[in-house]
Design a protein around this ligand. Structure first.
Ligand SMILES: NC(=O)c1ccc[n+]([C@@H]2O[C@H](COP(=O)([O-])OP(=O)(O)OC[C@H]3O[C@@H](n4cnc5c(N)ncnc54)[C@H](O)[C@@H]3O)[C@@H](O)[C@H]2O)c1
Length: 324
């Protein structure tokens, strides 16, 4: 096993972050979580991690953690809703871009050798190229994608600075549609699969924007977590931007029908309502994951049908016992 590290996970109370925290602890690392609990939940944070309630927009919340010494930072905290990036662009910019700049400044001041960043496939925007390799031109079509792309560039420009005086290994993951256990079933602003599932379980109509023929690449959270952990100790990933998806496209209409079928339902006996496209919607996006394969030896392992079934079982279970 590699040497245990002291690692800060921002956003470690959220969906993806909490799974990464569990995996880092299981691998023997020491984990500090910083999260302001806007969408994250305190109870999602593993008891073996140190939890600090704080905000990436506030350098004074970050500094004491960095003063204590860190071997790596997993910067996952973010405003993850495309819709909210239009209703409150300043907040989106503050969390996603300024928050990342603050993390970077601390990493540089404290010579933290490793930073992994949660970027997004939305940076590609609408493209004719599918599956999309990392070399495809970026063309953000949402405010969210702009702030994520800006943050990603800040990260890689900082790491390439000749005047840093230390080796700063950074990696950005352009994650496609991550789904799985612990994704919020009550947050109507992010995560189309979990939104549909929550609607179904509460007996609410399913709302589809546009004609539903737009496709998404759904990657299970366990596959995503594995890639992040592989990258931690893989120097070949330093300075790299890496897609995480499956390469398989599922249309929103197909997704809706699969979710309904899990409860033995169809459109004939469950309301499905179509609405105009939302700002920032992308038409098709599937990942070319050759780079993750080459650099990390990573392959998505969870078939969508299996991951979906497991997530549905989890959602049914928790909806019996609590409000998720
Ligand atoms: N879920 C996806 O499909 C997906 C795809 C690509 C990128 N991402 C990015 O991955 C990250 C995690 O996404 P997620 O799906 O787990 O969402 P999430 O909302 O569950 O997690 C985000 C976490 O960040 C925390 N947070 C938000 N603002 C903060 C702030 N100012 N200071 C400290 N903590 C803050 C939230 O409380 C939450 O715990 C986000 O940055 C998101 O943009 C997600």
């Amino acid at each position: 096993m590699t040497k245990a590290k002291r690692i800060l996970v921002t956003g470690g109370a959220g969906f993806i972050g909490s799974h990464i925290v569990d995996a880092l602890l299981a691998a023997g690392h020491q984990v500090v979580v910083l999260d302001n609990l806007t969408t994250g939940k305190r109870q999602a944070v593993n008891h073996s991690a140190t939890f600090i309630e704080g905000d990436v927009r506030r350098p004074e919340d970050l500094q004491p953690i960095f003063d204590h010494g860190l071997d790596a930072v997993f910067h996952i905290a973010g405003q993850a809703s495309i819709r909210l990036s239009f209703t409150d662009p300043a907040a989106d910019l503050g969390v996603n871009t300024l928050g990342t700049v603050n993390i970077l400044q601390q990493c540089i001041a404290h010579r933290v050798p490793r930073l992994l960043f949660a970027s997004s496939m939305t940076v590609y925007g609408n493209t004719e190229i599918n599956p999309i390799p990392e070399t495809a031109p970026v063309n953000p079509v949402s405010n969210y994608a702009v702030t994520k792309y800006a943050a990603e560039r800040y990260v890689h420009i900082a790491a390439a600075r000749a005047d840093l005086g230390f080796d700063f290994g950074v990696t950005s993951f352009r994650m496609f549609n991550v789904y799985g256990e612990r994704q919020s079933l009550t947050n109507a602003y992010q995560g189309v699969f979990a939104i549909f599932l929550g609607n179904l379980l509460r007996g609410e109509p399913i709302n589809i924007h546009s004609d539903g023929e737009q496709s998404r690449d759904f990657v299970h959270v366990s596959d995503v977590v594995r890639a992040w952990l592989l990258a931690l100790d893989q120097p070949a990933s330093h300075g790299q931007v890496i897609n995480l998806g499956t390469g398989q496209g599922v249309s929103v209409n197909q997704l809706c029908d699969l979710v309904l079928a899990s409860a033995g339902k169809t459109r004939a006996n469950h309301p499905v309502i179509y609405h105009p496209a939302q700002p920032g919607d992308m038409r098709r996006s599937t990942a070319d994951v050759s780079k993750a394969r080459t650099i990390l030896g990573w392959e998505p392992q969870v078939r969508f049908e299996d991951g979906m079934a497991a997530t549905i079982r989890w959602a049914q279970e928790i909806s019996k016992t609590q409000d998720s």
